[in-house]
Design a protein around this ligand. Structure first.
Ligand SMILES: NC(=O)N[C@@H](CC(=O)O)C(=O)O
Length: 408
């Protein structure tokens, strides 16, 4: 099979592997290694009304992804070998992207007792990333034990950094906008206090720590400092935190309610700078589908979270510019490395698995929530015109998206 008209040239694929690239035949379509999402909520098992492994996989493929890491806050929680294997199997059956389950750090995400980390690591799902995302592992002793435990198999603890005692009842970023709207604030210090503590713990233990959805300028500074010490710390930023600010809450539209909350323009600029200088390693979507009942209600009762998979690349290009080599690092190579995924995140080169995203940078399209592959509708970009769209996605040479449409 040949993929024509791309920025690297004509790509020849045989048996799922790139066997030739002819740079004499270049075109206008941008070819990127298949994207890898380190932070996806697929909602299955438990909330199949909001998303399933299959619908989320299709949304991912349409966004140019060939692998996603599925967060553990399902029902039941992915805190045993049985549940992570179930999610892994569902991903294989859907066959649209590689679905790599993330295991919970604590039993039931309750923050009281370590889950069976070793059993999940040894299972067929081969779990390497552990996270209580949605909840912070707030007990420092438990966090230390988790870091010590995962070190044995080069795993990583992905922390949702939120000191719960500082965010009780929080609805949006703490600041002048929250004061004006009369909503309880979620202060930057609640994120930064946990990051400060956990980079120190990771340094002390010598284990790998990953910080989920970094959202404040202060967090970027702390991570920069931790990296300067040589500690094994990585971090992600979401597309929405690279673009949107707390001002979006002004009309009380709960589609903009998210955890951590949208922050200030100064934070947005610091996050972009942190990504550019390598302090933040990667972009992860935090794709968080929610049903209409859970989302289209008054602000205080709405669940936090927004869709991300189908719009991520266009938003990153819009906010960071067409830095294709950097984007391949932020959205494919780095997340694959952090998650320890095999056969993903490799450069487009002869001998690499043919995991390829083809992006047409010229197409203009308007985001229509009803036209998305996700079972949910909570995109913050509804009605917005975006530039650039995935034209095709290949998973080990098999097209999962062609002409901008899912093949299955
Ligand atoms: N990021 C979100 O706003 N929501 C996440 C979990 C969470 O981090 O609260 C979800 O699972 O919906």
């Amino acid at each position: 099979m040949k993929i024509e008209g791309t920025s690297v040239g004509e790509i020849t694929v045989e048996d799922g592997v790139i066997v030739a690239i002819d740079p004499a035949k270049k075109g206008a379509l941008v070819a990127l290694p298949g994207l890898v999402d380190l932070h996806t909520h697929l909602r299955e098992p438990g909330r199949e009304d909001a998303e399933t492994v299959e619908s989320g996989s299709r949304a991912a493929a349409l966004g140019g992804y060939t692998a996603v890491c599925a967060m553990a806050n399902t029902s039941p929680v992915a805190d045993t070998a049985g549940v992570v294997e179930q999610v892994w199997r569902l991903g294989r059956e859907a066959g649209l992207v590689d679905v790599q389950p993330i295991g919970a750090v604590t039993v039931g995400l309750a923050g009281e007792q370590l889950a069976e980390l070793g059993a999940m690591a040894d299972s067929a799902a081969r779990v390497r990333v552990f996270s209580d995302d949605g909840h912070c592992v707030s007990d420092p002793r438990l966090m230390r034990r988790a870091l010590e435990y995962v070190k044995a198999f080069d795993g990583v603890v992905a922390q949702h950094a939120e000191e719960p005692r500082l965010t009780s009842g929080a609805q949006m970023n703490e600041g002048v906008v929250a004061a004006r709207l009369g909503l309880t604030g979620w202060p930057a210090v609640a994120e930064e206090a946990i990051i400060a503590r956990d980079v120190l713990l990771a340094g002390h233990v010598g284990a790998r720590l990953h910080i989920c959805h970094v959202s404040t300028a202060g967090s970027v500074e702390l991570i920069r400092w931790a990296k300067s010490k040589g500690w094994r710390v990585t971090a992600e930023v979401t597309p929405h935190h690279l673009l949107l600010t707390e001002e979006r809450a002004t009309h009380y539209d709960p589609v903009f309610k998210v955890n951590p909350p949208l922050r200030t323009q100064a934070d947005v600029l610091a996050l972009r700078a942190g990504l550019l200088d390598g302090t933040i390693d990667c972009v992860a979507t935090d794709h968080a589908p929610h049903s209409v009942e859970d989302k289209e209600c008054e602000w205080a009762n709405a669940r936090p979270g927004m869709l991300g998979l189908e719009t991520a690349l266009a938003i990153v290009v819009q906010t960071m510019g067409p830095l294709w080599d950097r984007i391949a690092e932020w959205m494919s190579a780095a997340p694959a490395r952090i998650a320890g995924l095999r056969g993903q995140g490799e450069p487009l080169a002869v001998g690499s698995p043919a995991n390829i995203a083809i992006f047409d940078p010229g197409v203009r399209w308007t985001v229509d929530p009803t036209a998305m592959a996700s079972r949910s509708r909570n995109t913050p970009y509804a009605g917005m015109e975006l530039r650039g769209r995935i034209e095709a996605t290949y998973l080990r040479g098999e097209p999962t998206v062609l002409n901008g449409k899912a093949t299955r």
